[in-house]
Write a protein that binds this ligand. Structure first.
Ligand code: PMP
Length: 367
């Protein structure tokens, strides 16, 4: 069996050690004679798996005790609706920093539901190649929260700062962050945020699970007319088990958290590895006349590295040869074309070395 290097943007590479552990437990979980997939979510065994996963995640991110951790379904996209439904229950408007495709979708969903929305800053004018400076933020007087996307997965644009949102009246506005594609890539200060959310299928685990961290004071203001499955307060009270949660994805994500803690050595070690991987690839791109990346240096994503070839007629050949060399899923998003190498936590440094060597060889032969 050969596992190739997988640069997919999501669902993305999982650590081989995690998949091996899951395989060893697949048919018979710890001598219980059944698979995790076949267990009741209310069984002692599954509740222990669920609690362990939450405890490990709390540990990794140093999540303060006044935050709830929710394990939900519906993807990050469902949070685009759930956030305004929960946080605008008392009125006010949603403020957004727009830096690309995903932030725009979040804005559009809030608009679609009829909520008042305000764009506090946008990088549209520079083609989403540089994050707007913090001084350019205009927070509306009635802002209930400020939403931003810490890493735009398609554009490859990552914030290099945590925005501070302060209204004219001097009040702090809760920050809401879509961290789908860079959560767990390094340490963060959770206490800076009101809500953090992420679809699992990049740095957390398999698709089907969405993790939401909510500060306690933001619970309980949703109107009682919203579906109970959308209500953070009800979900938190039920330990994310208002209905059947995605049990296997939850279990597998728990194994990823254990891998991060025990094999990698925590998020600082992960951060250092991610920095190294990204720096190498950007250096290779910058050092060539054949490959290029348009993003301002301070905002280049460590997780998603889009690049184009000098001659786009070579794209198909590049992808075919890369695939044959065991370098999978390098095609850029369908909306932008070109290439994209996603370097999530489970993509080892050797994969980046192999990609760089392939790129140099391709350039020499075809460039
Ligand atoms: N936000 C970001 C930053 C993403 O990258 C994605 C998925 N690629 C989403 C939201 C949507 O996630 P989902 O498919 O889980 O709804």
């Amino acid at each position: 069996m050969t596992r190739h290097y997988n640069f997919c943007a999501g669902p993305a590479a999982l650590p081989s050690a995690v998949l091996e552990r899951a395989r060893s437990e697949l048919l018979d979980y710890q001598g219980r004679g059944l698979s995790v997939m076949e267990m009741s979510h209310r069984s002692d065994e599954f509740v222990a798996i669920a609690e362990r996963a939450e405890a490990d995640l709390r540990d990794l991110l140093a999540i303060p005790s006044h935050y709830r951790v929710l394990f939900l379904q519906g993807g990050a996209s469902m949070q685009f609706s759930m956030i305004p439904m929960n946080l605008l229950g008392q009125g006010g408007s949603a403020n957004f920093i727009q830096t690309g495709v995903w932030g725009k979708k979040a804005l559009n969903e809030a608009k679609r539901l009829g909520f008042a929305c305000h764009v506090a800053a946008s990088s549209e004018a520079n083609g989403h190649t540089a994050v707007p400076g913090e001084e350019s933020l205009t927070i509306s007087d009635d802002a209930a929260y400020l939403h931003y996307t810490s890493n735009e997965t398609i554009g490859g644009l990552e914030f290099d700062y945590i925005p501070q949102a302060i209204r004219v009246d001097g009040n702090d506005v809760p920050l809401v962050c879509d961290m789908s594609s860079n959560i767990l890539s390094g340490p963060i200060d959770v206490s800076e945020f009101g809500v953090i959310y992420a679809g699992a299928q990049k740095n957390i685990g398999p698709a089907g699970l969405t993790i939401v961290l909510v500060r306690d004071d933001l619970l309980g203001s949703a109107p009682s007319t919203i579906p109970s499955l959308f209500d953070y307060q009800l979900l938190a009270e039920a330990g994310s088990m208002v209905n059947t949660p995605p049990t296997y994805a939850w279990y597998l994500s728990g194994l990823v958290f254990q891998w991060l803690k025990n094999d990698v050595g925590g998020l600082e070690a992960m951060d250092a590895m991610n920095q190294r991987k990204a720096q190498k690839l950007y250096a290779a791109i910058d050092g060539s006349r054949f490959y290029s990346n348009p993003i301002a240096r301070q905002n280049r994503s460590r997780m998603n590295v889009p690049f184009v070839l000098a001659d786009e007629r070579l794209d198909a050949l590049f992808l075919r040869e890369a695939d044959e060399a065991g370098l999978l899923n390098l095609k850029g998003h369908r909306s932008v074309g070109g290439m994209r190498a996603s370097l999530y936590n489970a993509v080892p440094e050797e994969a980046v070395d192999a990609l760089i060597a392939f790129m140099a060889d391709f350039e020499q032969r075809r460039g």
